[in-house]
Design a binder for this molecule. Structure first.
Ligand code: IPM
Ligand code: MG
Length: 370
């Protein structure tokens, strides 16, 4: 049986709750004989700050580098609002992304039929929606230098963030998007602001060149980021794969997530380059949602995004297509039965908690495996 070394980083808020339920799904597949999972766990975010005064420890970073894949819950919360900037919970997540060079963030937005009425948009606009946002994750304004606040000495301060992109960074994320489109509906929409930003001018130029050179068979469109935001809420089904930078991708993926009914539904994968020798790639999987401190510890959180992230891991890191499909089918079946957590309540009379939703998904998995 293949041995898979996993690092679990539950993090803060609802992270530990949804991670605990996802562990049951991991155990299910181990019992099925799909693989042997060797699981390590560590702290990230506010939890790591409370223990070590750092958003992630060196030991956890080492485990992250050694693991075959990482599963992360969520980071952040009001409790850490006043910790030093470099030790804020988000810094742990950003360090993982940057140090492991997880430059490609895949954020699928799929609207399950049972949830089409829970979207903030009309059913006909979102029913059957299946798009992926490919977000550049290790560059742009998140990491560009200088990144400072300076006192100008006249009662004024000046804040600077820097948006930087090099050709190679745009090329490699464009390739991920085009490759993915070939396995889907063969269309890529690239988004930037070339009308006001130099990084947008280069982004558009490089994506166009990669397309001309390597992916002529894929349909490519360009759309300014503001206009894309508008189109996403006007007619989201026109898209297939959207490729964009770190900041626009952050914003547009929250918009896309909400189209599907709730942020609690969406998994994501953050991938590094494929190693030429081992054919392996570093990878971290996490829900798109945050730590939701308002409902943390109450057993109310929707575990679907976290369980779905484990499914994405099986698909993208380990080629376990059958098991990944089973997870998606089990989630769809639990929803079709009418089970709803509070975030996807819609017109449901009764909602269930994190545990019951997982119970339902596990029982569907048992049926699918029988
Ligand atoms: C996300 C989150 C993060 C980001 C935060 C927690 C730093 O919003 O993964 O979308 O801005 O990238
Ligand atoms: Mg975000």
């Amino acid at each position: 049986m293949t041995n898979i070394d996993l690092l679990l980083l539950p993090g803060d808020g609802i992270g530990p709750e949804v991670m605990a339920e996802t562990k049951r799904v991991i155990e299910f597949f181990e019992k099925q004989g799909a693989a042997k999972f060797t699981v390590e766990e560590d702290l990230v975010g506010g939890a790591a700050y409370d223990a070590h005064k750092k958003a992630i420890s060196e030991d956890a970073m080492r485990k992250a580098r050694d693991a075959d894949a990482i599963l992360l819950g969520a980071v952040g919360g009001p409790k850490w609002a006043n910790v030093p900037y470099d030790a804020r919970p988000e810094a742990g997540l950003l360090r993982l992304r940057k140090d492991l060079q997880l430059f490609a963030n895949l954020r699928p937005a799929i609207c399950y039929p049972a949830l089409a009425d829970d979207s903030s948009l009309k059913r006909e606009l979102v029913e059957g929606l299946d798009i992926v946002i490919v977000r550049e994750l290790t560059g742009g304004v998140y990491f560009g230098e200088p990144k400072t606040i300076t006192d100008l000495g006249n009662g004024q301060k000046r804040a600077i963030d820097t948006q930087v992109y090099d050709t190679y960074e745009i090329e490699r994320i464009a390739r991920v998007a085009f490759d993915l489109a070939r396995k889907r509906r063969n269309k890529v929409t690239s988004s930037e602001k070339n009308n006001v930003m130099k990084s947008g001018v280069l982004w558009k130029e490089v994506v166009t060149q990669v397309h001309e050179r390597e992916f002529k068979d894929v349909k490519l469109e360009h759309n300014l980021a503001d206009s894309l935001g508008m189109q996403l809420v006007r007619a989201p089904k026109q898209f297939d794969v959207i490729v964009t930078d770190n900041l626009f991708g952050d914003i547009l993926s929250d918009v896309a997530a909400m189209l599907t009914g709730s942020l609690g539904m969406l998994p994501s994968a953050s991938l590094g380059e494929v190693d030429a020798k081992t054919k392996k790639r570093r990878a971290l999987y996490e829900p798109v949602h945050g730590s939701a401190p308002d409902i943390a510890g109450k057993g109310l959180a929707n575990p679907i995004a976290m369980i779905g992230s484990f499914g994405m891991m099986l698909r993208y890191s380990f080629g376990m297509t059958k098991e990944a499909d089973m997870i998606e089918q089990a989630i769809a079946a639990a929803l079709a039965k009418g089970l709803r957590t509070a975030d996807i309540k819609g017109k449901a009379e009764k909602t269930v908690g994190t545990r019951e939703m997982t119970d339902a998904i596990l029982s569907e998995l048992e049926k699918l495996a029988a």
